[in-house]
Write a protein of this length. Structure first.
Length: 201
């Protein structure tokens, strides 16, 4: 996650690129808060210091929050998580207050945090590409198919020129949710809110 902040200006690290204000530094901040909580209070091991943010941070960082401050808390969260994993067995039990007090084991929480981090890493990949075109897994190892710079825009153009159809979406394919075209635009569909899918009239 942290390398997605490299080479970016302070503005770009905070540039909101979604309707909800998501920015790269905010994603790091969000992950730090929840890693502290899952590997801290869930197992009765709260950290001596906690980030000075509310429990729900959103996915954004404000202009007055120094980058080094946020990344420093992220590294502290990693260290605290490592200490918890090192001290407890995988079947150690804890309780998650924001899951209604549900009882969990450490192995379950580890899987949850890994999955959540991976999901937000995907968000970071997209946000960073929108900022300056930088893509990939790691510096020096982008894990991308071989293609020159001109190849990516042409691939995107070919897809965008193809009229979208309901069957393009695998969630909709084979189902009979009501689809209706609007505004005379054959590329725009609205999905009725009812679920499960019903038989077409």
């Amino acid at each position: 996650m942290l390398w997605k902040l490299e080479w970016l200006s302070e503005y770009d690290a905070r540039r909101p690129l979604t309707r909800t204000g998501t920015n790269l530094l905010g994603l790091v901040k969000h992950l730090a808060v929840w890693e502290f909580r899952y590997f801290g209070e869930v197992f009765g091991r709260p950290a001596a210091e906690l980030p000075p943010w509310p429990e729900e941070t959103g996915m954004w960082a404000a202009a007055d929050e120094p980058r080094e401050h946020i990344t420093g808390w992220c590294r502290r969260a990693w260290a605290h998580a490592d200490a918890t994993v090192g001290a407890l067995s995988l079947d150690a039990r804890g309780h998650v207050p924001w899951w209604g007090g549900a009882e969990v084991i450490l192995h379950r929480v580890m899987l949850h945090v890994i999955t959540d981090t991976q999901r937000h890493a995907g968000h970071a990949v997209i946000v960073r590409e929108l900022i300056d075109g930088v893509v990939g897994l790691l510096p020096g190892n982008d894990n991308m198919p071989p293609r020159d710079q001109a190849g990516w825009p042409s691939a995107g153009t070919r897809w965008s020129r193809r009229p979208r159809q309901p069957e393009d979406n695998p969630v909709l394919r084979g189902y009979t949710r009501s689809l209706r075209q609007t505004s005379g635009d054959r590329n725009v569909y609205h999905i009725d809110s009812h679920w499960p899918p019903r038989q077409a009239d």
